[in-house]
Design a protein around this ligand. Structure first.
Ligand SMILES: *[C@@H]1O[C@H](CO)[C@@H](O)[C@H](O)[C@H]1NC(C)=O
Length: 408
């Protein structure tokens, strides 16, 4: 602490030193207590659905018995609260029988008609939804998101949403290790209990959920035999927590690390610049317990698939008006991932020129770049509009699902 103050006094004015003091104390306080740290990263105490019962999905705008609430056990004994959401056309076909089903939380989900409609359809698609920080399966733009996920094939695409440990009605408290176990448990439920082969499973992820997802796909690709999925969608992802902290702007304007933040970048053509005083920021990040190294994990996932000649489909979507996670994270991630497909790698600057050739300009809808190898398709969609959360309910998400299902 003292040495930080001394360094900062050397570098700047008194006010800069005060800044450092405040930030260091704050981060120190947060980071030295896993309790505070857990709450700072996952914000799971912020429920946003306090006044509604998740066991009454009708209160969130669903049809009667369209959603089956149940729970999934993690391998280390946590109980994860989940929703199985039926697509609308399938619901309509079976409406009479669904209306006669028992309501509310299912102790045994396998006894429900909705579950049988998923398990017994050889063409059913299951999207596993990995949500971001705060809230529950019923929060905010997650509900419209479930609708757009199913919209492309409303008789086939089911959604599995669940709350990580410590969120909503799930037991326990979150940590990187624990939440990863939760993501693995959801996939295992889909494969082993619902009997959906991995080629018919898509993963949709948003914000913190993109970090969970990259850890989950890495886990499954490293298993033997290795398990891959039909495709993975990352909406508003971030490179890793230390980089997020260095670029985070409270309400989009006030840099969280004050004068130590990375300078704000608005250009399509630059990676996230290194923070000012990188040594200090690196020092602070040693206190961050859960780093969620998404960039490293997806790059490794791609390297393994390329080496094994296995197909993979990754779609990154980010809006330029996202005030929570700067969209430049997606540029950096796209580079890290494409770099992993090329023996010897490619520099950000060189990829920039390649992208100019490949890029489709969609006017007010933004730009798209698709990078194809013999095995993989990596898509980067930079939208002009969508913010951080509303984007989840936008039509681009329906298209992203359909595009992956169309790619054979
Ligand atoms: C790009 O790939 C090369 C070779 O695999 C690696 O040495 C380098 O660290 C990678 N760069 C980035 C930014 O990931």
């Amino acid at each position: 602490m003292e040495s930080i103050l001394r360094t900062s006094l050397k570098y700047g004015s008194i006010s800069a030193a005060t800044f450092v003091g405040i930030y260091a104390c704050l981060l120190g306080l947060i980071t030295n207590h896993s309790f505070f740290q857990g709450h700072a990263v996952y914000l799971h105490a912020i429920q946003t659905t306090w006044f509604k019962d998740l066991n009454v999905p009708e209160a969130f705008g669903f049809l009667h018995n369209q959603v089956t609430p149940f729970s999934i056990e993690s391998s280390d004994g946590e109980s994860l609260y989940a929703w199985h959401i039926l697509p609308p056309e399938l619901y309509r076909k079976h409406e009479e029988r669904l209306l006669k089903e028992p309501v509310g939380f299912a102790q045994d989900v396998t006894s429900r008609l909705a579950f049988k409609l998923l398990r017994e359809d050889p063409d059913a698609i299951l999207v596993i939804h990995m949500h971001g920080a705060t809230g529950t399966v019923g929060s905010g733009y997650r509900v419209p998101n479930y609708r757009v996920l199913s919209a492309g094939r409303p008789d086939k695409i089911h959604v599995l949403a669940f709350d990580y440990r410590g969120f909503g009605y799930s037991t326990g408290s979150p940590s990187e290790r624990g939440v990863l176990q939760d993501g693995i448990a959801a996939v295992n439920w889909a494969i082993k209990v619902a009997g959906i082969p991995h080629e018919r499973i898509l993963i949709f992820s948003h914000s913190l959920g993109t970090a969970v997802t990259s850890a989950v796909i890495n886990h499954f690709v490293l298993e033997s035999p290795s398990t891959n999925f039909a495709g993975v969608i990352f909406v508003a992802p971030f490179v890793d927590v230390p980089t997020l902290v260095a670029t985070y702007r409270i309400t989009g304007t006030i840099p969280m690390l004050g004068p130590f933040s990375s300078p704000f970048v608005t250009s399509m053509y630059e990676p996230i610049p290194p923070p000012r005083f990188p040594t200090f920021v690196r020092y602070l990040s040693t206190f961050i317990r859960d780093k969620w190294l998404t960039g490293d994990r997806i790059a490794e996932f791609v390297r393994i698939n390329e080496a094994a000649g296995r197909k993979y489909r990754l779609t990154f979507i980010h809006a330029q008006d996202d005030y929570d996670v700067p969209w430049t994270h997606t540029l950096t991630l796209f580079h890290r991932v494409v770099n992993a497909t090329i023996p010897g790698g490619i520099l950000f600057e060189d990829l920039r020129f390649e992208k100019e050739v490949l890029q489709k300009d969609l006017g007010e809808a933004g730009t798209v770049v698709e990078w194809k190898t013999g095995n993989g398709v990596i898509r980067e969609e930079i939208l002009k509009y969508g913010l951080h959360d509303p984007i989840m309910g936008d039509s681009v998400v329906t298209q992203a699902v359909m595009r992956i299902l169309d790619m054979k």
